[in-house]
Design a binder for this molecule. Structure first.
Ligand code: PPS
Length: 581
């Protein structure tokens, strides 16, 4: 029944699942095996290995495949494959493994998902991998950063036998495996299917483009969004899926379906586009839409794009005959007001007024609670986005004071908390340095390692408060720049983050010496004391810098309040109104 469908990549559709009896035996036997708790990304990879989304791969890559993929974009047997699918483990696990072992692969709760027959254990050159795969070693590229900072130093390769697929409890009815989707296409009689890959909410431009692509090809449409891992800071997949479900209603009946793809994206631009094509072929699609900067992470902080806008199209074009799945290239769609229609940007004459709204502008409009025009998106999609991204005046935020001991952090934090409670409307929590060390970090000292743990704890609590719409005011010393940046990265996706550098000079702090600690540090009674015998890295990314030497606490806090008002997090008009009446 499926013979009319496109063939999978390689000889057949891979299915790594063993039968029930074997699974039960393997689970029992695995108690004696070495074991590895998979990371979120590895769980995504394992799911696509198991269900054949990554056909012809039959496990995590061995060294020969890995090296060939890096250098030549091919497996050792010559089959085209663009990105390594490797299992990274710690040195401790690697050192206790030998060729021929069975390694139990477990989920985040420690429940067994699969067994790996160890063929190779090696230490990869991750820097070289970033260069080959991403064409960049710039740490601002999320794929590069992941490889350099979140990847364990050893790779283990070998065939996999799976006992079950990873658990999913959300949108279960939309999670088709390649086999199930192929069966569905066969049942529906869909032989030509064009896939749309996305990691963003869909608006009118995307609906228009996908509709046109399918209509022009006389094909059906698969909306195939990635719900595994995407670029940090993207709209969460729960919100996106609710948006896709709404957009589905705007296609002619029975022409389009929605299925969720548990892929961990690498944001690898051109090479990732080739991977997307292979996956869609395995899911039974004959065509893949590839647009501007497909799977690219945009630009670095100097504004330099990581990839050319159509580099992904060019690479896929080069290999499409061999891959068999066909690329449907498209240019950006823009709204032409005079004609009340969407058109590809290259078909719009220079004199014609074309409109579009960038992702950044959309976020800004949501944050400010401003209008989002109906030509841009569907009412249901706008409503979903507004639910997830309420205006800043309703979002949570964190104010993070950093500075030397006795610089005035705690005093300012206390005044700020009082002011914010006067304004009201949101629950407010103070995470002062001393308070945290008493209640959360009582076992920690002041080494760099312990200070980082302390700040990570504060950051985690603050991010939870922020995510749930509250206000966290933190006032630790937080002397290290990298960890402060990590906290910012943790909080910004869930609400506001304002870093306040309390830049009171060290001699003024020492004169104040509220707790007599500088004196003790000078005589060596207190060791590793910030500002005396331990470093303080001044922030270069603070929203506000305050030197408290000649200012009253009220004056200092006023600049924080005004900043919060300017950014839309608080509204002072209520206060003025109240005090006027
Ligand atoms: S850190 O680096 O952010 O973890 O430090 P923090 O938790 O904010 O420190 C809280 C208070 O601990 C007192 N204290 C020291 N500070 C710095 N270095 C050393 N070695 C030290 N030992 C004790 C100090 O009073 C900090 O409070 P503040 O309010 O900053 O004076």
């Amino acid at each position: 029944m499926q013979k009319h469908l496109i063939r999978p990549h390689g000889v057949r559709l891979i299915d790594l699942m063993v039968n029930e009896e074997q699974a039960a035996d393997m689970k029992t036997a695995s108690r004696e095996w070495p074991s590895w708790n998979l990371t979120s990304r590895q769980i995504c990879d394992l799911e696509l290995l198991t269900n054949g989304g990554f056909s012809p791969l039959q496990g995590f890559m061995n060294q020969a495949d890995y090296e060939n993929v890096c250098s030549d974009m091919r497996l050792a047997d010559g089959t085209i494959w663009p990105i390594p699918i490797a299992l990274d483990v710690t040195e401790q696990v690697a050192k206790n493994l030998k060729i021929g072992d069975l390694l139990a692969l477990r989920d985040l709760e420690g429940s067994m998902l699969a067994a790996l027959h160890v063929e190779d254990i090696w230490q990869p050159n991750l820097k070289a991998e970033t260069k080959h795969v991403f064409g960049s070693t710039n740490e601002e590229h999320p794929g590069v950063r992941y490889l350099l900072y979140n990847t364990n130093p050893f790779y283990v390769g070998g065939k996999v036998e799976a006992v079950r697929l990873p658990d999913h409890y959300d949108f279960v009815e939309l999670r088709y495996t390649p086999k199930q989707l192929r069966e569905k296409f066969a049942t529906l009689g869909w032989r030509k299917v064009v896939a749309f890959q996305t990691r963003n909410p869909m608006h009118r431009a995307h609906q228009e483009l996908t509709f046109r692509a399918a209509a022009e090809l006389e094909a059906n449409l698969l909306i195939h969004p990635v719900v595994g891992m995407t670029k940090p800071g993207d709209v969460d997949h729960y919100t996106r899926v609710r948006c896709y479900q709404a957009v589905l209603g705007y296609y002619p009946k029975n022409t389009a379906i929605l299925s969720l793809l548990p892929l961990a994206m690498r944001m690898g631009g051109p090479r990732e586009a080739v991977l997307h094509a292979i996956i869609r072929k395995n899911f039974g699609c004959t065509h893949l839409i590839v647009g501007r900067d497909h799977a690219g992470p945009g630009s670095d902080s100097s504004g330099q794009p990581f990839y050319g806008p159509y580099e992904a199209q060019h690479l896929l074009q080069k290999h499409q005959e061999e891959l068999q799945i066909q690329m449907v290239p498209f240019k950006m769609m823009v709204y032409v007001e005079d004609k009340d229609t969407y058109m590809p940007i290259d078909q719009v004459g220079e004199s014609v007024k074309a409109k579009s709204i960038s992702g950044t502008e959309l976020r800004a409009r949501l944050a400010a609670g401003k209008d989002i025009p109906s030509w841009f998106s569907f009412p249901e999609v706008i409503a979903e986005l507004r639910r997830t991204y309420p205006p800043r005046s309703k979002q949570g935020f964190t104010v993070f004071f950093t500075g030397l001991p006795s610089s005035g952090k705690s005093t300012l934090a206390n005044v700020l908390i009082t002011k914010l409670m006067e304004i009201g409307g949101r629950p407010t929590t103070l995470l002062d340095g001393d308070l945290v060390r008493r209640h959360l970090s009582s076992e920690l000292g002041f080494s760099k390692e312990h200070r980082d743990i302390n700040i990570r704890r504060i950051g985690w609590v603050a991010s939870e408060i922020t995510k749930n719409g509250g206000i966290a005011v933190c006032a630790p010393i937080a002397p290290y720049d990298r960890i402060r940046k990590e906290i910012r990265e943790m909080i910004e996706p869930v609400g506001g983050f304002v870093l306040v550098h309390v830049a009171t000079p060290v001699d003024v702090c020492e004169q104040r010496d509220r707790k007599g600690m500088y004196a003790k540090a000078r005589t060596g009674i207190i060791k590793e004391f910030t500002g005396v015998s331990d470093p303080y890295e001044k922030p270069n990314d603070a929203e506000i810098t305050i030197d408290t030497t000649d200012l009253s606490p009220q004056e200092c806090v006023q600049s924080v309040i005004l900043h919060l008002e300017k950014e839309g997090y608080i509204s002072l008009s209520n206060i003025t109104l109240r005090s006027a009446t």
